[in-house]
Design a protein around this ligand. Structure first.
Ligand code: GAR
Length: 321
């Protein structure tokens, strides 16, 4: 594993999920390291554990200040610690919309129910009351709407006939400790996983009009036009020809444009080997902060540069409105 994501964990309480995340991060080949444990409660037990284990901690009470002020203080600590992701582990504060939007796709939460069931509080009592056969826990991406972001993973825990919320909560905890480190590791490493990156590129490329997939020199390519006379507008490359990059190759307007981009943003672009003077540029995908909307725009532009006139004319006409 070449890349280790840096995560900040927010807690309000005991921190048993923090402990699970922490010791998972100490195993060989862990996908992440914890760079900060932050809390709104100064005597949260998890802070002491973090300190004992040599991890930076931060506390800032939410009392008497606005949600935005509290979030800004926590955020500043994360930025200073160099965190790429924020992992909520029993952090019992609702985050402000502006904070969540700034960290879109970079905040994860664990919620003790099988979402979309039982958002909010008292999840175990509600599951027992409803006569459910199973309770459980879900890891999800945090979005402005409470407990409503995409669910990444879940674990189911059977409910006993005479269960109490407390007894059930105690059985869900160890299940969470299995779930959370795995879900966090999968999520933070997916931006480096060729299968995930390929699936993203494929989805964007095939969403363009009259496109199909065809291998070219052993890697997936995407063409526009008919099966017979179509032209390639994108190639997916997974560390080709000794390169470290996982990338999508798209067409620039000229060799000059290509060289200018590679010079100005070598972290984002490269000149692929064996693509001659034809203006194909490599857009690097296995790096932090890839802007998928921008990748989509590149695909669209490349598509447009080789699509038959009958297709581009239609789009031009649509653009007029
Ligand atoms: C966990 O069970 C977690 O699912 C829950 O708080 C507990 C924290 O325990 N989170 C929520 O209820 C979020 N709404 P821990 O401090 O022992 O990790």
């Amino acid at each position: 594993m070449t890349h280790k994501a840096k995560i900040a964990v927010f807690i309000s309480g005991t921190g048993t999920n923090l402990a699970a995340l922490l010791y998972a991060s100490r195993l060989d080949d862990a996908a992440y390291e914890i760079v900060l444990v932050a809390s709104n409660v100064s005597d949260a037990a998890g802070l002491a554990l973090a300190q004992l284990e040599g991890i930076a901690t931060f506390t800032h009470s939410h009392k008497g200040i606005s949600r935005e002020e509290q979030d800004a203080a926590m955020e500043a600590a994360v930025v200073e610690a160099g965190g790429d992701f924020i992992v909520l582990a029993g952090y019992m504060r609702i985050l402000s919309d502006s904070f969540v939007e700034r960290w879109e796709g970079q905040i994860l939460n664990i919620h003790p129910s099988l979402l979309p069931k039982y958002k909010g509080l008292d999840t175990f009592a509600r599951a027992i009351e409803a006569g459910d056969s199973h309770a459980g826990s879900s890891v999800h991406i945090v979005t402005p709407e409470l407990d409503a972001g995409e669910v990444l993973a879940q674990v189911r825990v059977a409910i006993a006939p005479d269960d109490t919320p407390e007894a059930l909560a105690a059985r869900v905890k160890p299940a969470e400790h299995q779930l959370y480190p795995r879900a966090v590791a999968d999520y933070v490493s997916r931006g480096y996983d060729p299968e995930y990156l390929y699936a993203k590129v494929r989805e964007l490329a095939l969403a363009l009009p009259e496109t199909h997939e065809r291998d070219s020199h052993g890697s997936p390519g995407f063409r526009v036009g008919t099966e017979k006379s179509g032209k390639f507008f994108a190639h997916f490359n997974d560390q080709h020809h000794g390169s470290q990059h996982i990338a999508v190759l798209v067409k620039t307007g000229s060799m000059d444009e290509l060289l200018d981009l590679v010079e100005a943003q070598p972290e984002a672009y490269f000149k692929p080997a064996y693509y001659g003077a034809s203006g194909w540029i490599g857009v690097i995908l296995n790096r932090p902060g890839v802007d998928w909307e921008h990748v989509g725009e590149w695909l669209h532009r490349s598509w447009r540069s080789v699509a038959p006139a009958r297709l581009t004319k239609l789009l031009d006409a649509a653009d007029q409105f």
